[in-house]
Design a protein. Structure first.
Length: 553
């Protein structure tokens, strides 16, 4: 354990609760005042295969994991065989003596403990948790508090299992408390869900598709309590059409999907554009093309999201960099979609969606104004009335004596289909006025973040989940870090201010073609080079540090 941080790897087979075990470890360290981040690696299998989670905890905020680990919690032999080379000097392996052969470490007879407590096999993870807490020098009271919160079912039996393992283990590598505040720990999917709810969400539609499936599960778990509708239709096409129908009727809604599902939604995205129906789409990126690697990550859908749908219409795209930003900007995505009557896309990736983060509050500006309501005294009501801003006042059916029309064809202010050239041009210009107003508002919302050495002439540009690792290395290595959070409409003025004084910069992205690099080239910025990763895994801290040193030397 060095520099006030520690890393723990939990490994085993799919179906053994590796993610849950990692999350409990993360909560334990969070209670000790550490800031945590967890990466979960798993194949697209229900059972079998090798799963592992890495939890990194530090006194300062972290958003990436290291290759090296200080503890390995091995539920099977493969975990030891694959990951022992990661172990740092003085590191500790905690293993099940019934399934793992190891010449060193702390062996725990998990089956004997379970038999003694007449506990099911699924409670074996509690034995590992208890042994880890003792090996890390963490008091039983803290471990018990975390287990009670994390195990609402079978709590007392889990505690007895964990306590037996705790008493059998011994302290090896003490993790001291930091004295810092205990912050909430949540996944990006949970943070997005909270942000959508804060933005007024009343209905959520999704077909299960990693990495946004857990957003569906999270919202469904609280649907009755929060009095929202959470529905799983039969397909992604039904998902977006149902959401658009809700919005037409005045119900704020959102959908969740990944690249393959978003492909099926693109025709309806064009419908949202011309019919000026607000919608929020949570697009969780994973490795493509096609099904690709269904449970691994990528940053390869930026240009797809920016150009999806036929024709031209304004849209809002935001790429949060951690759970705190995901919460704040999801809330703003709801507000902006309804104010400007445009599609909003929250462009996350698997690291954001399924990664675990300490969250210290909202990180976006206070919300501005919302939708423009129609004056009930104004009759007749025109759904697409011309206004100076391009935003037509909203009214929802049923309204006595009024017909409220939406139309996927070119239409006049009343929503009546037309092919008249002057009306076609006027309606196109009306929609683009909304885009201009949206851009003007975004420029005042801190849409481009600057970190690291803010005065350095050498910079790295990144976006989305690479925030954590780039900001950490930028500070350590003396680079400026520039990160656009809003990607469409692109905030040119704020970006220019962030880049002032930069002589050369490198792109750091998790795709093959430097998609953000292509975007900034359109605005006159040419990178000196790229550092790219596209194997489905995120950059590890040591890995990117080496690449930066080689590239910028």
């Amino acid at each position: 354990m060095k520099n006030g941080e520690v890393s723990i790897l939990v490994g085993g087979k799919a179906g053994e609760g590796i993610s849950s075990a990692g999350q409990i470890v993360a909560h334990l360290l969070g209670q000790a005042g550490y800031r945590v981040h967890m990466y979960f690696d798993y194949p697209s299998l229900i059972k079998g295969g090798h799963n592992f989670a890495i939890v990194r905890a530090a006194e300062e905020k972290v958003g990436a994991v290291r290759k090296g680990v200080d503890f390995i919690l091995a539920l099977d032999q493969q975990t030891v065989d694959l990951h022992r080379p990661r172990l740092t000097q003085g590191g500790v392996v905690i293993f099940d003596t019934g399934t793992v052969k190891s010449s060193s470490g702390i062996g725990i007879p998990v089956k004997e403990i379970l038999d003694a407590e007449k506990a099911p096999a699924v409670m074996g993870n509690s034995a590992f948790f208890g042994a880890f807490a003792r090996a890390a020098g963490i008091g039983w009271e803290s471990a018990e508090t975390v287990l009670r919160k994390s195990m609402p079912k079978g709590t007392e039996q889990n505690l007895r299992v964990a306590r037996r393992a705790y008493d059998m283990a011994e302290e090896r590598l003490k993790i001291p408390g930091t004295g810092g505040a205990c912050l909430p720990v949540m996944t990006g999917n949970e943070a997005i869900g909270i942000g959508l709810l804060e933005g007024g969400l009343q209905a959520y539609f999704a077909y299960p598709m990693s990495p946004t499936s857990n957003l569906l599960h999270f919202l469904a778990a609280y649907a009755d309590e929060l009095r929202i509708r959470v529905i799983q239709p039969e397909s992604e096409i039904a998902v977006i059409l149902m959401s658009l129908g809700c919005a037409f009727a005045g119900t704020p809604s959102a959908v969740g999907t990944s690249g393959g599902g978003f492909c099926l939604m693109t025709e309806s995205l064009g419908l949202a554009g011309i019919a000026e129906i607000p919608i929020v789409i949570v697009l969780g990126q994973r490795t493509g093309p096609s099904t690709g690697l269904a449970t691994y990550t990528a940053q390869a859908d930026l240009h797809f999201a920016a150009n999806a749908g036929q024709g031209e219409f304004p849209r809002f795209i935001v790429a949060p960099g951690d759970a705190g930003e995901a919460r704040a900007w999801s809330r703003e995505a709801m507000r902006l979609a309804w104010k400007y009557q445009v599609p909003s896309i929250v462009l996350a990736d698997r690291i954001i969606c399924e990664g675990l983060y300490s969250v210290d509050g909202l990180t976006a500006p206070a919300p501005g104004s919302g939708p423009l309501p129609a004056d009930p005294a104004v009759r007749p009501y025109f759904r697409y009335a011309y206004t100076e801003s391009g935003i037509s006042p909203l009214r929802f059916p049923p309204v006595k004596g009024e017909v409220i029309r939406v139309n996927s064809h070119v239409h006049d202010p009343d929503g009546i289909t037309t092919e008249h050239p002057a009306t076609t041009r006027a309606m196109a210009e009306k929609r683009m006025k909304k885009g201009a107003g949206l851009l003007a508002e975004i420029e005042g919302m801190d849409p481009v973040k600057v970190a690291g050495d803010r005065t350095a002439g050498t910079a790295i540009l990144c976006w989305g989940s690479t925030k954590g690792i780039c900001e950490e290395l930028g500070s350590a290595m003396g680079f400026r870090v520039v990160r656009p959070v809003v990607l469409q409409p692109f905030p040119e003025k704020t970006f220019a201010a962030a880049m002032a004084g930069v002589a050369r910069f490198w792109m750091v992205e998790e795709n093959e073609t430097a998609q953000l690099g292509r975007l900034v080239r359109e605005h006159g910025y040419v990178p000196a080079g790229t550092i790219l990763k596209y194997d489905g895994r995120p950059f590890f801290v040591e890995e990117l540090a080496d690449e930066l040193q080689k590239a910028i030397a």
